[in-house]
Design a protein around this ligand. Sequence first.
Ligand code: FES
Length: 311
Amino acid sequence: MCGRWWRRGCWGSAAMLHKGWYQIAFARDLSAGLNGAAIGTRPLALVRDGDRIRAFEAVCPHRGANLCRGGTLIGEAIRCPFHGLSIGLGSARAGLGVAEYPCLSIGGLVFVRAASGAAGDLPARLAALDATAFFVPGFELVIGAPAELVIENAFDGLHFRIVHAIGNQPDLRIVAAGGSFAVEGEFLLPPSPWQQGAAGQSHVAIPYRATAYSPTLVIAEMGGANPYMMITATVPAGPRQCVVRLSLVLPPGDNGAPPDAAACRYLLDGARRGLMEDKPIWEAMVDDPPFAPVAGDAGVTGFRAFCAGMR
Ligand code: FES
């Protein structure tokens, strides 16, 4: 695939959504009852009842008011702030109603699909992780770049050595393409408190696998003696702007104990530093960037083909 990728009004647009999963929020940020959210220019209503979180269209079907801007949740309906009509939660209800979207709340992360149809590979993967590991909700960061570009980074084998100063240029091999898209390779990383390696080693070889479950959600797995995963998710927030949410998934400690808090902070700080290294490059790119693939770009090319299938 070559030529232009995201174009105004198409990729990277705040108005055009793909049919895959978005991480719309951290559960810790949602209060009981009605919460406003958005994917690009599409407002959503998140309704929380204890641990149960549901997602609905937030545009009033009468005249288009945002039901979360002054609306009141009353039972299974929202009283619209514009003309006061009672708008039912779920379009199958009698009278005016708003559509419900598939919503997953797991490990403190809240995921939404603004589409119906096949759920893809993400729900089963998250359920498997939840059964064997600990989710560590991380941080949010606003970046002035299209949401897909941030996720594509996990598949861009050519940038890791240049931008992040790792010890090699990883040869990323495509290992899955279908309901998800995955690459594998190996990073040579300097020894760190997390991955120390043998005495005298200048670099530690760390197996790497990145799996995209939608154009805006990737799970990156770092192997080695102390494996961990990062879930990076983006949501378009306006023209050339997105919100990045990054979290960890860690194996249990001794006797099934939760992961060490200091270790989590260390890993999250490192992940944030990595994003901040990419950020100035992303934010300085033109709106309609060229793509002339060269050797080593297979991950990017494959990711873009995966994204095209999600439109
Ligand atoms: S716009 Fe909601 S009741 Fe009129």
